[in-house]
Ligand binder design. Sequence first.
Ligand code: SF4
Ligand code: SF4
Length: 359
Amino acid sequence: MTGCAITHCRSYDSTIIHDAIKEIIRNTDFPDVKGKTVLLKPNILSDNIPEKAITTHPAVVKEIGRIIREMGAGRIIIGDSPGMQTGPFRPKLSGMIEAAAEIGAEIADFRNNPRMHERDGFRFPVASIIDTSDVVISIAKFKTHQLMYATGAVKNMFGLIPGLNKSPMHLKARTPESFARFLMAVYKESHTDYAFIDAVDGMEGPGPANGTKRHIGLLMGSANSYALDKAEAIIMGYGSVPLIREAERIDKSITECSYPLLSPDQLVISDFRRIPEGRKTTVRSLFLPNLMSFFGIKHDTRPYPEFNPERCRRCLKCVEICPAKALELKDGMIHIRKNACIHCYCCHEMCPFDAINIK
Ligand code: SF4
Ligand code: SF4
């Protein structure tokens, strides 16, 4: 059974982070990195300062880099590809450029020659750096997610799909369950060897970009990303999340895990602001969808994005990212065609001015 190590880590002080990572590595099956090319994949959803808790903290990436250097790693590469990436990847604000320089790592541009992959009925481009990396380490961030409820180690590997190639994937996998299966396909193609979750500071409320920072005080690691994500979901107070349900539907043992340090059951944050789960089962919700689909009418009880005209700066990032082309600027306001919207929440995730609510 794989071990999932969870330890207290109260700040991003380099010594504290270093000790916590070493403790995690000692208590889990960490891959042999000696002489290997290692890809570190943090979550850099968009280039933001670490204090916003949108991105993996550079101190965590730096200390993992230092430790694997001590363990004899050869080439170290750091990379990610934000959803709106169009130019070269230089995430200055996130602190990742400095972190890379300090550990002698290279920054990869995932847009260079991506290769098409096919898995489990999905076809998608993946950064070719994966083909030349011997060891792949996911370094995710402890955050809520409007569509998937939580974003962790498995979903972090979605970033291997370069830039604007990501959002159209929502058209092929429109429900949280099918999107979970798609994420699992990408994850399998990534050949991830190990995963960490930076949960020193996490995000609650409407994540993954516009929620609120919350101090969690934990660092987590495992060779089993599904088990790690399950532990994260438990700590957030979810019974389960679509990704874990889909993984367990295929093979229950995927998420089986021992906890050599702290157990997630003892760490549940009772007042953590989660994304409201699922639909309420009422007579109306049982009856209405069947009736509407009988007449060929689209029915979905998931909420639609709402646009706040006071906050909106008309940057049009939401219009650009929307895979369903459901948004347009009309009379100086963003308008949504509800019958086109597929509830992927890419617009909410990419809005840099927190002008979109999902209620
Ligand atoms: S991304 Fe946000 S700020 Fe930009 S146009 Fe859309 S709603 Fe307005
Ligand atoms: S409007 Fe927003 S939630 Fe709806 S399909 Fe477009 S990006 Fe997705």
